[in-house]
Every structure is written in C-alpha cells, then in structure tokens.
Design a protein around this ligand. Structure first.
Ligand code: 3HC
Length: 696
C-alpha cells in the first residue's frame, strides 16, 4: 500500500493511491450517507484518479457496516448544496479510467446510483441494492431512473423503482444490476476486476440502449402502479421517468428526473414520509429505558398454537430464536404444528424461502403438551383464548414453574395486564407483547408496560423487537392499548355513518380513496365478525346505556354471517370477490328506521373527516392519559398496524396540516349527537385554542 491522500484533510472520503488500482474509501458513519462532505470528497477523489498518471483504475468501497445508504435525509429540509450528487455521479461515469464499486451491506438510493454509474459492480452475497426513494415520497434524484433500466431493462426497473424494494446480490446478478459476486475478499475481487478492465473499452451505463415497452404494456403497468400506490404520488412519477429512459438521452432524462426530484422533495407527502422514517426509529428511544441493559433472551416459550401463537412462533423462528410451542392437548398441538408447517410450505412454493431454510426454521420449533416443559425458557408468551380468568389461571401456573427472572408476556389485545400480573409473585417481570395478525408479517409490536413492569423488561421487549425486525411502540395499560382503542372508536363512527345514510361499500370506498388498503367493513369481513361479537356480548352488561349503540353487526352474526370465512358478512363473496349484498342494505336501512333517522346521501369527504376526527380525538385522549408519551408513538401505531397511509404521516402529523380547529369542530358536533365517549379530549381543545401543534 502506498500513501493515503485525502481529497481534503478530515474528509470522510480517503483516496489510497495504490498502483495501478487506487482505493476510494467512504467513511461517514452510521450509513455512509452522501452528505455534502462525502460528495465533495468523492468528486475530488475521482478527479485525482483521472489526473494521476500512476493510477490506472479505482475501486469505490465503504468503511463500516454498509455501502452508501443514500442521500442524507436530514439535509432534505435545507437548500441543496454543491457539489450536487448527480454531478458527482456523472463524473464517476465519465472518468477515463475504470471505476468499480465494491458493495457490502446495502447500496440504497444515492448509494445505488453511485454503483450504477461505476463501470462494473462487485458485491458480497449478503449485499442488497435498491432505490427506496418512493418510500420517502421522492423519485431517485441522481440518475437512478435513467441508469437502472439501461442495466436491467424497463420491466425490472419499473418494479424496483416504483416499489422501492431491495434486491439481494444474487437477484441483482441475475437482473444484470451487478457483474460479479464476491465470496472471498470483496475489495480484492473488485481490485482484480478493475485491473482487468484497464486499457479495455469502458462500459458506461449511460450509453447503454433501453428496449422500449409497447404502448399497451406500458400503460397497463403504469395503471397498476397508480392503483398500488393508493394515493401516494411518487411511484407514478417515478414510473414516467423510468419509461422516458427508452426515448431520451441520459442527460435529458436526468434533467427531467432532477426537476421531479426537487419538486417532490418539497412536497407535503415527502415531508410526511420523512416524518414516518424518523418516527419509526424514534419510537425505540425511550427516556429512562435507553440506557437500561436488556435481559438475555434466546429460548422462547409460546402457550397456545392458534393463529396468533403460530404466527408468533414463526416470527421468532425466522429471527433465529429457539422456540417451544405448547398446547393443552395433542390434538390442538398437532393442529398448530400443521398450521406452522403450512405457512412455511407456502413460503417455499412462492419462492420466498428455500426448502433448506424452511427445514432449518421448522427444526428451531419444538412442540410439547402442557406448560411444564417451559421451565428452561427465558421468556414465555401466552397466546390463549382472550378471557381474563383463563389468562390469570395460566399466569398463576406459569409463575409456579418458571424460574425467577423469566419474563412472562401476554399477547392480549384488550385485557387489563395489571390484573394478570397481580396473580403472579413477579409482577415486575410481566409485560404485554401485543403482536398483530399475521404475527410473522405485521411490523407493529405494542409493548405494554403495567404499573409495575421493570425497566429492563421493557428494554428486553425493545431489543426483541429489533431482532424480530419489528417496529415497537411502548405504551401503558388501557382497554385496547393504542391501536385497538382508536380502532374501536372509528369503527363505531363508521357504523353511525351507516345508520345516517351511507352503505358499507361507500364507507369502505371513501376510506380506501383516503389511502387505507381496505375500508373497515372489508377488514372486518377478513378478520371475522365473531370475535368482536363475543367481546360485545361480554361487555354488554357494563355498557353505558346512554351510548349510541349500533346493532347491525350483531344482526349479521345472528344470521351466521361471520365474514369471508362463511362466504358472507358485510359483503357477500361469490367466487371470493366482494360484492354489495341487498341483504345488508336492507339491514342497514332497517337500522336507520329503528333509530328514527331519515337517510341522506353522505359524501366521501364527510366520511373521511368524521373518521379522522374520531381517530385524532381518541389519540389525544391516549396522550392526555399518558398511555404513550409522544404523538409519534400514535402515528407509528396507526401507520404500521392499521394501514393509515404513510404518505399522510399518521393521523397526528396530518392533523397539524389539516388544522386542529376543523377537527375539533367535527368532534364537538359528534359529541352532541353521539353522546358519551365522544367528548373532545383536553389536549385537542387546548391545542386548538392556543394554535399549538402536535409537532412544533
Ligand atoms: N440519511 C440520514 N440518516 C440516515 C439515512 C440516510 N439516508 N439512513 C439511515 N440513517 C440513520 C438513521 O436515522 C439511524 O439514525 P439514528 O441511529 O440516529 O436513529 C441510523 O442511520 C441507522 O439507521 P437504521 O436504524 O435504520 O439502521 P439499520 O441498520 O436498521 O438500517 C438502512 C440501515 C437499511 C440503511 C436503513 O437506515 C435505511 O433504509 N435507510 C434509508 C435508506 C434510504 O432511504 N435511502 C435513500 C435516500 S434518498 C436518496 O438517496 C435520494 C437520491 O436519489 C438523490
């Protein structure tokens, strides 16, 4: 190795001018984002490579955990500063000497764009490539929409750019995105390739031709992209740019791309999605918990192998834990084992995992009858029938057999965990771990601390969530915690809308147009109406008689309509497709008659603002009661557990831009009509009066 030459003293980019292949190393923790000093350092380094006669080629590699993970998102709120990334990247492509990217970790956004502009790419098998800009409400801004199709073709580029998904190195190789996998020494392999390229004609990505799609295929693809985007504007804009690469020279395409990038960068959607990005990370940082050491956990016990228990077992097995699932009988255990095996078989069939990975994960799960075999576990989660007495009895038994220090978790969705913890001799070790169904897919995890949960148990919940790759939100005990409590409120409001004149498909359509993947009635058909019915029956004796209660769902259940699984619920499902059912329309109209209401036509706008008001008001009550500490906790729950459109930033982020006064007006109106439970939250009233916002 020869001397190190920094482009500038203290620059995060070092040029090590080895001959004949120089190394350009970017070192900008934590993720090597292309902040201004990286851009200027990289430009200076590439200029030096071009200039220095001793250097025949260069490799761009990164220090630390990853290749460049993109532009520095924290700079997006500020005016762009020179040198701009597209210019730096163009300089790499234009370099007269071969430049090879050596990729470990993930090459995302601007990082992927750097790699695309190199003359060849080598990656470790574990490396990933992606243009996730649409997830931030943006399009790639440094040539990604123009160079990617030149390497992988239009169809693959449309898929990658508009979904923002990351592809692993093997797929990237198949697609033509990279040239070589490195199974030994990444940097050495990249150096060897760079040396081979010296003196040979350089393959400049920007000069490659793109085969156009025929017009019908292109417009069908664009229509599909718009449909999947559910109101997010970036994917459609990105698709237009990708398609342009077939007809415009690189620089013209890049000019269009840059204009779109800068326009979207200052859009409300991008601000919301950036909020979502940072909120997802901020939820894991809790005052008082941050510095607490979690307990070591590797052996997990799961009591109950129903839908939830099985999903939880899969989530843990996928993350490399040792899992033991127990059931009360051989029969229930066998059914659970079959359910888990079936999920993995389907994943193999769809190509998501290999047969070997399935076998390995299945081997990580043991099955036993009875809880006595759980005594060697570090943490036990119960996922049994949602009944306080059943859970209390189970916790009493678990408390007797589990050694001190073992954490006892409940997956209850509504019950008072203080009452469950109270039957044990170790209430400090009891916590709620509320997974969402399907537990191996849904990202959200509510970590519910009781009045007595120990700080290191909460810290353990957070560290488990990280290993499970879930997004945790820590909250306190209340009926339904954060998500289900808010859901119950807005579901009620949706039912009031039915009584007043809307039909289920109109409410669903309005909320799907708002950006939810599914409206509440379609969701309830999917989840099944019977569980909520059982809960309503249980709560009936304690319900406030002054509360406005809608019984349409009860009547559907009485008619045996439990949703999709019975072929009918709020809709009917002939051949699996949801269809409006005159039977339901009749039930709804009859409910209006019984309530003495004259049905009226209700606009999508009214539906959306009433639902929004119900959500924001309940969220404020949750904040008032300190169930969570911060508005961002609510936003993250709603986006990751309930499909609240991320491009709106979650209900409270959005409320700031809608204005709290109109939301409060809607809440006041509902309080007058709908009675107890609909009173405006103190925090909403005071914020609206003072002009304060949720996010100052
Ligand atoms: N800019 C600024 N900060 C970033 C960042 C970025 N692009 N990416 C990650 N960070 C920060 C995170 O906020 C976090 O900071 P914190 O510790 O203070 O909370 C830290 O880096 C570590 O990030 P994660 O906790 O997410 O670490 P992981 O290891 O779980 O994930 C990652 C790493 C896969 C790189 C993930 O952070 C990620 O997906 N980052 C975003 C990548 C992205 O969207 N890139 C595109 C940016 S837009 C762009 O490039 C425009 C271009 O086309 C011009």
């Amino acid at each position: 190795m020869s001397d190190t030459a920094s482009p500038h003293e203290g620059s995060p980019v070092r040029l090590i001018p080895n001959t004949p292949v120089a190394l350009i190393e970017i070192d900008n923790p934590p993720v090597n984002a292309t902040s201004r000093h990286v851009r200027s350092g990289l430009l200076a380094a590439i200029q030096e490579v071009g200039r220095n006669p001793q250097i025949g080629a260069a490799v761009i590699a990164c220090a630390g955990r990853t290749f460049v993970a993109g532009a520095d998102i924290r700079e997006f709120g500020r005016p762009p500063q020179e040198p701009h990334l597209p210019d730096v990247i163009n300089a790499i492509e234009a370099c007269s000497k071969p430049v090879v990217a050596a990729v470990h970790g993930t090459a995302l956004g601007g990082g992927c764009e750097i790699a695309l502009a190199c003359h060849a790419r080598v990656a470790e098998p574990g490396a990933g490539f992606g243009l996730p800009e649409v997830k931030l409400g943006l399009v790639p801004g440094a040539g990604g929409t123009q160079r990617l199709p030149r390497l992988v073709g239009l169809e693959a580029a449309l898929d990658l750019v508009t979904s923002g998904r990351t592809v692993k190195a093997a797929e990237a190789l198949r697609l033509g995105l990279i040239d070589q996998l490195s199974t030994a020494d990444l940097r050495q392999d990249a150096m060897d390739l760079a040396r081979d390229l010296i003196g040979r004609p350089l393959r400049r990505t920007g000069e490659c031709a793109v085969t156009p799609l025929d017009a019908a295929t292109a417009s069908a693809k664009v229509a599909d992209i718009h449909r999947k985007a559910r109101g997010a504007q970036a994917p459609g804009r990105a698709a237009e740019l990708v398609l342009l690469s077939a007809s415009l020279p690189l620089q013209d395409g890049m000019t269009r791309e840059r204009e779109t990038f800068l326009e979207l960068r200052s859009s409300a959607q991008s601000a919301a999605l950036r909020h979502a990005f940072f909120a997802e990370r901020e939820v894991t940082r809790l005052p008082g918990i941050d510095s607490v050491e979690p307990r070591p956990v590797q052996k997990i016990g799961i009591v109950g192998a129903g839908t939830m228990g099985s999903g939880i077992a899969i989530a843990f097995a996928d993350a490399g834990f040792d899992v033991k699932v127990v059931e009360a009988s051989e029969q229930a255990l066998a059914a659970g084992q079959a359910r888990i095996t079936d999920v993995y078989d389907k994943q193999v069939q769809s190509g998501r995992i290999t047969a070997a990975a399935r076998d390995e994960r299945l081997q990580a799960i043991e099955y036993e009858v009875g809880i006595s075999s759980l005594s060697d576990r570090d943490l036990v989660i119960e996922a049994v029938f949602e009944d306080l007495d059943v859970k209390r009895a189970l916790f009493r038994d678990l408390d007797e057999i589990l050694p001190p220090g073992t954490i006892l978790a409940t997956n209850t969705s509504y019950l008072d965990i203080n009452l469950i913890a109270a039957v044990t001799s170790r209430p400090a070790d009891v916590v709620g771990l509320h997974f969402f169904s399907p537990a191996n897919v849904m990202k959200l995890l509510e970590i519910v601390r009781t009045d007595r949960t120990a700080a290191d148990v909460v810290a353990t919940g957070l560290s488990l969530a990280k290993r499970l790759r879930k997004i945790p939100v820590v909250c306190r005990v209340c009926d339904g915690f954060v998500g289900n409590r808010i859901l119950s409120r807005y579901r009620l409001q949706a039912e009031y809308l039915l009584e007043e004149g809307a039909l289920p498909h109109e409410v669903d359509a309005a909320l799907e147009a708002f950006g939810f993947p599914m409206g509440p009635f379609a969701v309830s058909d999917l989840a099944g109406l019977d569980i909520a019915w059982a809960r309503r029956k249980r709560l009936a004796p304690t319900r406030d008689p002054r509360e406005r209660y809608v019984d349409i769902a009860d009547r559907l259940c009485e008619a045996g309509r439990f949703g999709r699984k019975t072929g009918a619920g709020w809709y009917r499902y002939d051949g699996g497709k949801r269809e409006v059912d005159p039977f339901v329309t009749e039930l709804v109209e009859e409910a209006s008659r019984r309530r003495g209401l004259t049905r009226r036509s209700i606009s999508a706008d009214e539906i959306q603002s009433r639902i929004r008001a119900a959500i924001v008001n309940e969220a404020c009550k949750i904040l008032d009661e300190r169930i969570v500490e911060r508005p961002l906790d609510v936003d993250v729950v709603m986006m990751h557990g309930y499909g609240y459109p991320a491009w709106r930033g979650g209900p409270l982020f959005e409320a700031d831009s809608v204005g709290l006064r109109p939301i409060l007006d809607t809440v006041n109106e509902r309080a007058e009509r709908d009675g107890p439970g609909w009173e405006p939250a103190d925090g909403l009233v005071s914020r609206a009066a003072s002009g304060a916002t949720f996010y100052p």
